[in-house]
Design a binder for this molecule. Sequence first.
Ligand SMILES: Nc1ncnc2c1ncn2[C@@H]1O[C@H](COP(=O)(O)OP(=O)(O)O)[C@@H](O)[C@H]1O
Ligand SMILES: [Mg+2]
Length: 254
Amino acid sequence: MARELERVIVRDKHVTYIVNPAFFKEDDMKAETLADYFDIEKYQLAGKVIHEYSGRGKAYLLSDMYKNRILLRHYWRGGMMFKLLKDKFFAYFDTAKRSDLEFSLLQTMRKMGLSVPKPIAARYVKKGMFITNDIILQEIPGAKTLLKILTERTLSNEEFAKIGDAVGKMMLAGIYHTDLNISNILIDGANNVWLIDFDKCFLKNINQKLYAKMVDRLARSFEKELENTPELHWSKSDFDKLEPVIRNAFLRSY
Ligand SMILES: Nc1ncnc2c1ncn2[C@@H]1O[C@H](COP(=O)(O)OP(=O)(O)O)[C@@H](O)[C@H]1O
Ligand SMILES: [Mg+2]
């Protein structure tokens, strides 16, 4: 566990890598190797792309040089800013180093014992006034999004309990998830629940207002998917079953 929570910084002119040493041989923690490690075209040419997930952007499931299954995600701007800037963040703002921030937050959450993927490496590249970002995470084996599962079947009571517990615990630990939704909650092959997608998320004391904001966003994402997919194995009243479990885990400190 200890080595997994360290970070090694490798710089090469305008490129910065943040590396989790638990995942690399000593000799591989150098700029040339890391440049290849983040090069999606190299994986495509070598037939090492296992799957492409399409969310806001694309997330690539890859087989790396050690035959580990890893997930590579590029950071894109959202909303109106996408049209204008695509993947560029103003270097002036500290928040431009998105991948560095997410890498650190994931390590902090792992230290807290929360069920989030292990960060393997992050990269940010400065070009003039702008910064672009990528992150690589360990794959959660056999994971499916809650959305995918609900297109196939209903949730068991145990799953309701585990999902509510994972979300409530995250809030109790003081993590503000700014995009808590049905596609950012995963259940793996061993029926464990995981939370993902911590871009723009941060540590914050979660008061009632923030609690309500996160829960409302999650509720809305169920409602939206229900509109898109009426045959989803979910009904509005199911959220009335889930919310008390979240609240119960969240309020454990009081
Ligand atoms: N560590 C992981 N292990 C397995 N699957 C993952 C992992 N991280 C992401 N995914 C899959 O990739 C999708 C997109 O990743 P996510 O981090 O949510 O990015 P975004 O929603 O911004 O595209 C997820 O909905 C999930 O299906
Ligand atoms: Mg997502």
